[in-house]
Design a binder for this molecule. Structure first.
Ligand code: HH2
Length: 293
């Protein structure tokens, strides 16, 4: 049974997320022309808003807005271009009553997004930029510290680890140390092993197999397996949108291990998967806490 001894409450602006009381779903809103699974679908702010509203209706607990693709080989874009894609959509999506996370590695973009109503930061470089650490500390917002080897241009060039689970954990805890030294409160830290970021399919499977290892570090854990390539390595050639059953298996396994937040494209389906996996892990349906509501 997942270890839920430690209680985690993540304060996202006015929203209080009790992430240890049940698995939470982070719905992905990609505002990019080139994301690996849904690039180009939500580049128009109105389309992004309708997509975000649908994810909220489907039960997303958090929305994650990304305006720069992190897929392997994705070209880096300027802060100006990132903000051009992000801001019009953010200004519409902030009308929805849901915590908004911004998936960016640029402190300049993060600062504007927080001023415009975002509640949380998701940094796939694990706050490598000291300016990002300072900003997160100043704004007192929750941050996802994710593990990535290198950068999206280089990360899939023969990634190597001594022991992937221990190496990822060690790197994340070093990033946590720097984050806390910069003034980020431990209660605002969420860890993510970074499925697909400088990892072979084998590395991803081992990280998912040992997700409980990261949970023992004393911070809530987020995992993003949604539609990723390792699923096609297990099942054979499948386009990203066809990887939903594989995603379901990874979500169920993560919830069984005790992972707190699942970052997914298919919110309605994965919310159901997570709720049943959680009810099984608990051996009961917690109606009174809303876990099965
Ligand atoms: N995965 C992607 C992007 N951001 N952030 C966190 N914390 N964890 C993840 O696993 C993660 C992430 C890649 O997925 P997606 O956003 O759909 O694709 P793209 O980066 O091509 O836009």
């Amino acid at each position: 049974m997942p270890s839920r001894q430690k209680k985690y409450i993540i304060q996202c602006g006015p929203h209080r997320l009790r992430v240890s009381s049940r698995p939470h779903i982070m719905g992905i809103v990609n505002l990019t022309p080139d994301s690996f699974s849904d690039g180009g679908r939500y580049v128009r702010p109105g389309d992004a808003y309708r997509h975000a509203a649908r994810l909220v209706e489907e039960g997303a607990d958090i929305l994650d807005l990304g305006a720069e693709s992190t897929r392997p080989g994705a070209p880096a874009i300027s802060a100006t271009e990132e903000l051009r894609r992000l801001l019009p959509a953010l200004k519409l999506i902030r009308r929805l009553s849901v915590p908004i996370s911004v998936d960016t590695v640029k402190a300049e973009v993060a600062a504007v997004a927080l001023d415009e109503g975002a509640h949380m930061l998701n940094d796939v470089t694990g706050l490598r930029d000291p300016a990002m650490r300072t900003l997160a500390a100043q704004y007192r917002v929750p941050v996802v510290i994710m593990h990535m080897l290198g950068n999206p241009r280089t990360m899939q060039r023969a990634p190597r680890y001594r022991h992937v689970v221990q190496d990822v954990k060690h790197t994340l805890l070093a990033a946590v140390k720097k984050a806390e030294a910069a003034g980020i409160k431990p209660a605002n830290i969420i860890l993510d092993p970074g499925i697909g970021f400088g990892k072979t399919a084998q590395h991803n499977l081992v990280l998912l197999q040992h997700a409980n290892e990261l949970l023992s570090s004393g911070y809530p854990v987020l995992i993003g397996p949604s539609r990723k390539a390792f699923i096609a390595q297990v099942l054979g050639p499948l386009a990203p949108a066809e990887r939903i059953w594989g995603t379901a298996a990874a979500v169920a396994a993560s919830v069984a291990a005790g992972v707190h937040i699942l970052r997914v494209h298919d919110v309605a389906a994965m919310r159901m998967v997570a709720r049943v996996a959680w009810a099984i892990a608990q051996g009961r349906c917690l109606q009174s806490t809303g876990a099965c509501a």
